[in-house]
Write a protein that binds this ligand. Structure first.
Ligand code: ZN
Length: 252
């Protein structure tokens, strides 16, 4: 099998578009498009995949991309089904195209995702509660914790603490570590690094400097100040121990 195409969403979260060549096209519903490089995030870790568009350099023909996903290590773009297309014919192998993500949506996901890390870091640091899962949409998200003593009063306190950390302007650092090095970091062990597939040689880590460190594949902003503020919109018990906290971004 040929080497996987270049996947910029993992190395540069701020890359919005890229010129690429079509490596494969599979007509169908939806049609699937493979490029030699892409800025699309394929989804994972609770962060939805990017949407956007592919446009051909030769004639400007444009195809909306409704989603992306990973198939056998490659990022595959799902084009809008044929009936909804304005252009008709599909791109062909070898075509030079520009792949561009829906940046306002992605950037909101990056802010949301980073806010969830800060929430996770605060809840661990100040209450010793471990995160067990999470999910997000652009502008809102939820996290589940093993957090027996969570209450309405604590939720207000948590909201204030998260906003203080966001305003503190903490840098967000992404690194790729050899497996052994990553598995030696105590903070990573607590965030279920053990669930990573046994075969992988490297682990990507995301650090909110001074607050939170996780094994993570998603996209984040470079500094917590870029998130703005959050509001806790709800919390619920998913059992005696498991609690869910919902947040949303506060737009100024
Ligand atoms: Zn993350």
């Amino acid at each position: 099998m040929a080497a996987a195409g270049e996947q910029l969403s993992f190395s540069d979260a701020y890359a919005r578009s890229i010129v690429a060549r079509v490596r494969g096209i599979e007509p169908g519903d939806p049609p699937l498009l493979l490029l030699d490089r892409t800025v699309f995030y394929p989804g994972g870790g609770g962060q939805p995949a990017d949407a956007g568009a592919i446009s051909r350099s030769a004639d400007g023909a444009t195809w909306p991309v409704r989603s992306a996903r990973k198939v056998e290590g490659e990022i595959v773009h799902e084009l809008e089904p044929a009936g909804a297309q304005t252009t008709g014919a599909l791109p062909a192998v070898g075509d030079v195209v520009t792949a561009e993500i829906d940046w306002p949506r992605r950037h909101m996901l990056m802010r949301t995702h980073t806010a969830l890390h800060v929430l996770c870091g605060v809840v661990w640091r100040d209450y010793g509660a471990q995160v067990t899962g999470g999910n997000m949409e652009p502008g809102s998200g939820r996290m589940d914790f093993e957090f027996e003593r969570m209450s309405g009063e604590l939720v207000d306190e948590i909201e204030a603490k998260v906003n203080a950390e966001l305003a503190a302007g903490r840098d967000v650092r992404v690194r790729v570590l050899p497996r052994d090095e990553a598995f030696a970091i105590p903070d990573l062990i607590r965030t279920k690094i053990n669930l990573l597939p046994p075969g992988i040689a490297e682990v990507r880590t995301v650090e909110i400097v001074g607050l939170d460190l996780q094994a993570d594949g998603g996209t984040h902003v470079a500094n917590t100040r870029e998130v703005g503020g959050i509001r806790v919109t709800g919390y619920e018990s998913k059992g005696r121990i498991n609690k869910r906290i919902r947040i949303e971004l506060v737009e100024e």
